[in-house]
Design a protein around this ligand. Structure first.
Ligand code: PMP
Ligand code: GLU
Length: 388
């Protein structure tokens, strides 16, 4: 009954585990969840105020499919101010979260015979979207020694005449690694003269700690022209439920294609969310963004220190995002059984590394309060000692 393309698609493991943890908690079980890629902070007041005003003003009707002009202008200004990227408002489309922007781009760009280069460990959605669109996943496996970042040589070896797209996620989900300007320049050198597109997922841009964030498209004009920039407000402004993400691209054919697809599927995103997203982008919420970033940094430091004290467990301190990619090879390679038993026996939810293309690991989200982090790691330590 079902199509081949839908049969090729798996459910998002990150969402499935997060929802299971929420369900167990609502049933009264003592659950500590480190599975969600979702900040625990409330959405900043200035954003809520803008939303309430939009409702009271009756701003509750259909809007242009790509987004209201003032929001597209706010994004264009933000990309210039924060990222040194020149995108006109008509080169931007607002969608229902960055995940929807990714879906549009994959649908518009990838078909049977196309190869998509995905550095591993990767976020769960990229290979699934590739397969869904009929494309072939070409994985580049990275190691802890390279801080989970691909080298120019690895990229060169992975490119074939069929390569359509390279995915770059910096800061990365699940490893938190961040590419430096020099590293991006070296990758740009390899891409020069090829017809490979780059999808730069910059959703964790504001969550960098001891380093500076650089946008892929800001490296050179050649990179700007081949890059599709993806971003949104979910992670940096704690707006996961509001559903606002965007894509920006210099290629008007691709922008128009994504717009046509959106016009025939979801239309505009929620009108109220659009108004509320403007203070998230124009600098009004910057103090709140900074406050959250500082809290994440403190949590990262403590969580890393405590996890590294556990025998058989190692973790490198990530430069960005709010995840620790924890190596448990000193205990077991079977991260699925480890994670399932950890939830069953100790009520601690983490995401197994196999979901991100890397066995012998689990992903620990530190987008949770410090008390829970300390208690959760105590339980992980106890479990690690008992695990057979
Ligand atoms: N990209 C990455 C790397 C992510 O981790 C997420 C998390 N959901 C997204 C995109 C999508 O975010 P959203 O749809 O909430 O904007
Ligand atoms: N991106 C988040 C995560 O990795 C949210 C879940 C999802 O969209 O897959 O946990």
């Amino acid at each position: 009954m079902l199509t081949n393309r839908i049969n090729s698609l798996s459910e998002s493991m990150t969402i499935a585990i997060t929802m299971l943890a929420k369900k167990l908690k609502s049933e009264g079980k003592d659950i500590l969840s480190f599975s969600a890629g979702e900040p625990d902070f409330d959405t900043p007041e200035c954003i809520k105020t803008a939303a309430i005003k939009a409702i009271n003003d009756g701003f509750t009707k259909y809007t242009p499919v790509d987004g209201i002009p003032e929001l597209l202008k706010a994004i264009s200004n933000k990309l210039k101010r924060d990222n040194n990227l020149d995108y006109a408002p008509n080169e931007i489309i607002v969608s229902n979260g960055a995940k929807h922007s990714l879906y549009n781009v994959f649908q518009a760009l990838i078909q049977e015979g196309d190869e998509v280069i995905i550095p591993a460990p990767y976020w769960v959605t990229y290979p699934e979207l590739t397969k869904y669109c009929g494309g072939t996943v070409v994985e580049i496996q990275t190691t802890i020694d390279q801080r989970y970042k691909i080298s120019p040589e690895q990229l060169k070896n992975a490119i074939t005449p069929k390569t359509k797209l390279l995915i770059l996620t910096s800061p990365s989900n699940p490893t938190g690694s961040v590419y430096s300007k020099e590293e991006l320049e070296a990758l740009a050198e390899v891409l020069k003269g090829t017809s490979v597109w780059v999808l730069s997922d910059e959703i964790y841009e504001k969550l960098v700690y001891d380093t500076k964030f650089i946008s892929t498209g800001a490296i050179s004009e050649d990179m700007l022209n081949r890059t599709i920039t993806i971003n949104g407000v979910s992670k940096s402004v704690s707006m996961t439920g509001w559903r606002m993400g965007y894509m920006a691209c210099k290629n008007i054919d691709l922008v128009k294609a994504c717009s046509a697809l959106q016009s025939q599927s979801t239309s505009n995103i929620c009108s109220i969310t659009q108004k509320a997203s403007i203070p998230a982008l124009d600098g009004t919420a910057d103090d709140d963004i900074f406050r959250m970033q500082q809290a994440f940094k403190a949590r990262r430091d403590i969580a890393c220190e405590l996890l590294n004290e556990i025998e058989g467990i190692t973790v490198v301190k990530p430069d960005g995002a709010f995840y620790l990619f924890v190596n448990i090879e000193g205990i077991t390679k079977d991260d699925m059984r480890f994670s399932q038993e950890l939830l069953k026996q100790k009520g601690v939810a983490v995401v197994p590394g196999c979901g991100f293309g890397s066995e012998g690991h689990f992903r620990f989200s530190f987008a949770t309060d410090l008390e829970s982090i300390k208690l959760g790691i105590e339980r992980i330590a106890e479990f690690a000692r008992e695990f057979k």
